[in-house]
Design a protein around this ligand. Structure first.
Ligand SMILES: [Zn+2]
Length: 344
């Protein structure tokens, strides 16, 4: 218990935490889904606060344009072609060796969310898209797991606690998925680092309150912040739970958890790229794939991914059967390229 006296001393001195609640944190588990601007900050504070088990799930690798706001990454990670989840795990473990940190390179979807979030105490949103957030929302409402929505764009951010059966859920608030293109994206509106830092910091504060069961202090409102205009707005959403016939928490229709077959494609905001995943592909042997591709193009490979370029398309292939294909925003073009060069 040496770390209780020293490592966490400033936190246990804080009147709302103390040693008993610190022990609760050390026996708690959190999953951070998405390790970008929000996830790098939230996983960092969760690690430093001593949350006993932290799992970080991210599907992507690190690019130069990430460094402006994704505070766990550096230029070396890019030259090593490291996936975000792996780079994050390595850095965070150096900060705190007393806790368990797991980086998982995967795209969370209906087929693996059960396994990846099993028995977790809380889920922190670090995603950049509504499809995944509604999946998390369905899962959490169905399984009574609290989660914390967070989003930011430009200088503006939103944050909200979802405690199933206590607070409105994400669909109570957003009802239907915003049409792609109707919302500004990081690609069109940009984003500044500090708003992500603020939103993620609030997410971790709320997580600590929820994990230590300080429900009186837990924020029940939707908080909107514009850090450029220096505006903070608390939006009362308590009535939404009563007035809306929410498909998730009223009707228990968990459509985002339902299975589909075949190939799944996702447009990746900010990249002009499409992620293709074949459910039938299983694990890809990257070494074998390299042998097949070497005669036609240059290939680079490490334990986590294989990259190659054909004309203006860059392919990044992961062992779990996924490929990210740049140079297109069109899902059928991406599917064709996937089957042509990966042969599935
Ligand atoms: Zn709802």
């Amino acid at each position: 218990m040496e770390q209780l006296n020293d490592r966490y001393s400033r936190q246990t001195l804080f009147q709302h935490i103390g040693e008993e609640r610190q022990k609760i944190l050390m026996n708690s588990s959190a999953v951070v889904i998405g390790c970008g601007a929000l996830g790098t900050v939230s996983s960092s504070y969760l690690t430093r606060a001593g949350i006993g088990q932290i799992r970080i799930i991210d599907r992507d690798f690190i690019e130069e344009s990430n460094l402006q706001r994704q505070i766990l990454f550096d230029e070396n990670d890019i030259s090593e072609n490291l996936p975000k989840a792996i780079a994050a795990q390595r850095k965070l473990q150096k900060i705190n060796t007393n806790i368990k940190i797991e980086g998982i390179v995967s795209d969370i979807n209906y087929s693996n969310i059960d396994e990846l979030t099993k028995d977790v105490d809380i889920i922190i949103d670090g995603t950049d898209n509504f499809e995944t957030r509604f999946l998390i929302n369905d899962y959490c409402v169905k399984n009574s797991v609290p989660w914390i929505y967070g989003a930011c764009i430009g200088s503006r951010g939103l944050v909200m606690n979802i405690i199933p059966s206590e607070t409105p859920c994400l669909r109570c608030v957003f009802e239907t998925m915003p049409q792609i293109g109707s919302f500004p994206t990081c690609d069109t509106a940009g984003v500044i680092g500090p708003i992500a830092g603020i939103i993620a910091s609030i997410q971790v504060t709320e997580a600590i309150k929820i994990l230590t069961k300080d429900y009186v202090s837990v924020n029940k409102k939707l908080l909107e912040i514009d850090v450029w205009d220096t505006k903070f707005k608390q939006i009362d959403i308590s009535e939404l739970k009563e007035v809306n016939n929410c498909p998730t928490c009223k009707l228990h229709n968990y459509k985002f958890l339902e299975a589909e077959d075949g190939i799944m494609t996702t447009f990746l905001c900010g990249k002009s790229a499409v992620q293709v995943m074949s459910r039938n592909a299983g694990n890809i042997d990257l070494e074998q794939l390299e042998h097949r591709l070497v005669p036609i193009t240059d290939v680079s490979r490490n334990a986590f991914m294989l990259k190659f370029k054909i004309k203006n398309h860059e392919f990044t292939v992961f062992p779990d059967g996924r490929a990210i294909i740049t140079g297109t925003a069109d899902s059928s073009t991406a599917r064709n390229l996937y089957s042509k060069y990966l042969g599935m």
